[in-house]
Design a protein around this ligand. Structure first.
Ligand SMILES: *Cc1c(COP(=O)(O)O)cnc(C)c1O
Length: 345
């Protein structure tokens, strides 16, 4: 067998449970962007729904449709990418909530939903300082008025208000929350009645309880990926193990059947891999093989672990990411299709 990414469903559910315990009473919105950070949307959304997770964040509508297909009518799916009219129509037809960061987009959603004689469920986004999509504070009153008009005609319902914070520092994030709360009050005074509020993603949800609103959007931690340069997290462990076979044993070195073409960055020379006797060092990364230090008893067909929870001394995906200045999800999402994915448990 060639390279395999083995993903543990029980480990995923344990991480989801640890996240939910940590953030309660705020509810988890399980973020599944980038095909659930390379782990697979469908099985993980279904497993999470079975465990009682009620909110899913898909980034775009096509991914939201995959979640909806996996979970049936059981939960809420939130797609926040500004989408073409066709995707908006699909979202409305399949009960997917839309994140709305501009008044233009809100107007388009109104007209698509009106044309279909349906009500679109929307979450209005206030820009709390990140300047990355979101209604600017000076335009908030107009956007709220537009939403109220949509509610009056029955084409939209504002079910949520949300924002994204920088997670840049406590003072800055506190100020963002102040702006958020101000925008919520303003919307309520204008007659909107959002059922949910969400502001924080993984790191702030975990470390800053006072910033959590009724829902917390968390992806990476649920898949066992800690933040790069961040500390370990109680109860969270990697759920995916990348392994590859020994394909050659030479004097003092071992060749492993996986290389940069499979998505293992060539800049990872010097990292370690896990073996039956513990970690050894990667000497070089070629297109389809790695050369690593030999260990006693190494034999063709043995399997080496490139990353995983650490049971054989292998690093985590985030440990690898930190060596090359990226984030753990990047290590997973760049793996090539040649790497076989297997979900266990
Ligand atoms: C990616 C993302 C999240 C989840 O963040 P993680 O750190 O990956 O858990 C939450 N909200 C938004 C808007 C995102 O884009």
């Amino acid at each position: 067998m060639g390279p395999v990414l083995e993903i543990s469903r029980p480990a995923f559910l344990a991480d989801v449970a640890a996240v939910r315990a940590r953030i309660t009473p705020s509810q988890l919105m399980l973020v599944v962007k980038d095909d659930a950070y390379g782990h697979g949307i469908s099985w993980s959304a279904e497993a999470a729904a079975d465990a009682g997770v009620e909110w899913f964040g898909s980034y775009d509508v096509p991914a939201g449709l995959r979640v909806r297909e996996a979970i049936g009518g059981r939960g809420r799916v939130f797609a926040w990418a500004t989408s073409e009219d066709e995707d908006v129509a699909d979202a409305v037809a399949h009960d997917i909530d839309l994140g709305v960061g501009t008044r233009d987009y809100l107007a388009r959603i109104r007209s698509v939903a009106a044309r279909l004689s349906r009500t679109a469920r929307v979450h209005l986004k206030i820009d709390t300082g990140l300047h990355r999509n979101g209604v600017r504070p000076e335009e908030w009153a107009d956007a709220v008025a537009e939403a109220r008009a949509g509610e009056d005609e029955g084409s939209v319902r504002v079910v949520g208000i949300w924002s994204h914070i920088a997670e840049a520092g406590d003072a800055e994030d506190d100020a963002a929350q102040e702006r958020f709360r101000g925008a919520v009050r303003q919307a309520q005074e204008a007659g909107l009645a959002p059922e949910v509020l969400h502001l924080t993603a993984s790191a702030a949800s975990w470390w800053r309880p006072e910033l959590r609103e009724s829902v917390s959007r968390i992806g990476a931690f649920c898949y066992g990926i800690r933040s790069a340069d961040g500390p370990d997290l109680d109860g969270i462990r990697p759920i995916a193990t990348l392994s590859a076979p020994v394909v050659g044993v030479e004097d003092g070195s071992v060749r492993v059947g996986l290389g940069s073409l499979d998505g293992y960055p060539s800049t990872l020379a010097g990292a370690s891999v896990g073996t039956p006797v513990g970690p050894v060092t990667v000497r070089r990364v070629d297109l389809d093989t790695l050369t690593v230090d030999a260990w006693p008893g190494a034999a063709i067909g043995d399997r080496v672990r490139l990353f995983g929870p650490g049971d054989q001394g292998e690093p985590s995906a985030t440990d690898l990411a930190e060596r090359i200045d990226t984030v753990g999800e990047e290590i997973l999402t760049r793996l090539s299709p040649r790497v076989q994915r297997v979900v266990t448990g």
